[in-house]
Design a protein around this ligand. Structure first.
Ligand code: NAI
Length: 343
């Protein structure tokens, strides 16, 4: 891939390739947009098959953050840091302090936080070198309950569009992934009277939801083909593709996992099959909204108000999709682009 072609095609402002051999630090920091404010987005530490794969992740995830923040009404742009886990770092402290020094060079144009493969303890090392970091243990706390609440509100909005009412009592939800978000979402759904079918590759996590909330536990390979009203993907991305979509036996999909569609065209494929898809970055914005505690000084009430409003945003996305005859995924992108263009 030509770097400038990649920047152009996805609309990025800047990509930095960063290296500190003594710290075993090899990173890509992608700033997609600062149009609405500083680019915020987490730091992912991952083992990649190739440098291209790491770059593609940085580009896609940072762009995703721009759209998510715009649609969530946050005064932030989108960015992402990818730390390539090549096993050369002598310690977490060395690695994340090196990261902090590079983040500092952006002078606040990029603000980082924890993400897949990183923790609040790692962010504390980043903090030793820069103030442009959130997601610390003494900050707003675990974002997962907020993310789960937002997903729940998104499911309610989808229920309203699909079945004419928010009511989830008597509906069955198939939940893929019973981790931080999945567990909290299961609780919200059980409280609302929904029946649960759950799966996790870590069987004990699913069993726990079975024991505590009366969920039926199925094997991880079965969950996508389970008959239910709603599928809530809360595990991995890229699960909706040419193979899985024909197997689906649900009317609504709404969950926390990022980048659920393997490709954009899978949004159209779902619509063509009559499955109502609530775009992932619209309904999983609760986590990024809870960053408002640290970054914007919001109170709990303010965060809660905005997370509840994910219901309205999801309805707006479905309205635009209906009015324009496009998929909800395309409608969400259009609304986000509209907000970006307003500036
Ligand atoms: P987590 O790591 O706590 O939970 C994910 C769970 O999925 C784990 O229990 C894992 O064993 C399970 N899993 C992995 N592969 C699976 C498979 N093939 N089938 C069934 N289960 C599988 O992660 P967390 O924090 O709950 O996040 C879930 C998803 O939501 C991730 O994709 C994450 O990127 C996304 N997300 C999370 C946010 C948050 O606030 N934690 C915010 C926005 C998005």
């Amino acid at each position: 891939m030509s770097i400038f072609d990649a920047l152009h095609s996805l609309g990025h402002e800047q990509i930095a390739f960063c290296r500190d051999d003594a710290a075993g630090y090899h990173a890509i920091i992608a700033i997609h947009s600062t149009r609405l404010g500083p680019a915020i987005g987490g730091t992912r530490l991952w083992r990649y098959d190739s440098e291209d794969a790491a770059l593609v992740d940085a580009l896609r995830l940072s762009r995703g953050m721009t759209y998510k923040n715009a649609l969530a009404g946050l005064p932030f742009g989108g960015g992402k840091a990818i730390l390539v886990d090549d096993g050369t770092s002598p310690s977490r402290e060395a690695l994340f302090r090196a990261h902090g020094r590079f983040v500092e060079r952006f002078g606040g144009a990029y603000v980082t936080a924890e993400d897949v493969g990183t923790s609040p303890a790692d962010m504390a090392f980043v903090r030793m070198e820069t103030s442009h970091v959130g997601g610390l243990a003494d900050g707003g706390g675990d974002p997962s309950p907020w993310t789960a609440r937002g997903v729940f509100r998104g499911i309610q909005a989808a229920a309203r569009v699909r079945w004419g009412a928010d009511e989830l009592a008597g509906r069955t939800v198939a939940l893929q992934g019973c981790g931080n978000v999945g567990y909290h979402l299961a609780k919200e759904l059980a409280r609302a009277g929904a029946a649960l079918v759950v799966a996790d590759v870590d069987r004990e996590r699913a069993e726990r939801v079975g024991r505590e909330l009366g969920a039926r536990v199925v094997a991880a390979e079965e969950i996508l083909a389970t008959q239910a009203d709603v599928l809530a993907p809360c595990a991995l991305g890229a699960i909706l593709d040419d193979v899985s979509i024909p197997l689906l036996r649900v009317e609504v999909i709404a969950g926390a996992a990022n980048n659920q569609l393997l490709e954009g065209r899978h949004g159209e494929m779902l619509a063509a099959r009559g499955v109502l898809y609530a775009p992932d970055y619209v309904v999983n914005a609760g986590g990024v909204l809870s960053g408002g505690f640290d970054l914007l000084g919001w109170t709990t009430d303010e965060v809660a108000r905005r997370v509840e409003a994910i219901y309205d945003t999801t309805l707006e996305v479905f309205d635009v999709a209906h009015a324009k005859g496009i998929s909800p995924a395309a409608a969400a992108d259009r609304l986000a682009e509209h907000r970006l263009a307003e500036r």
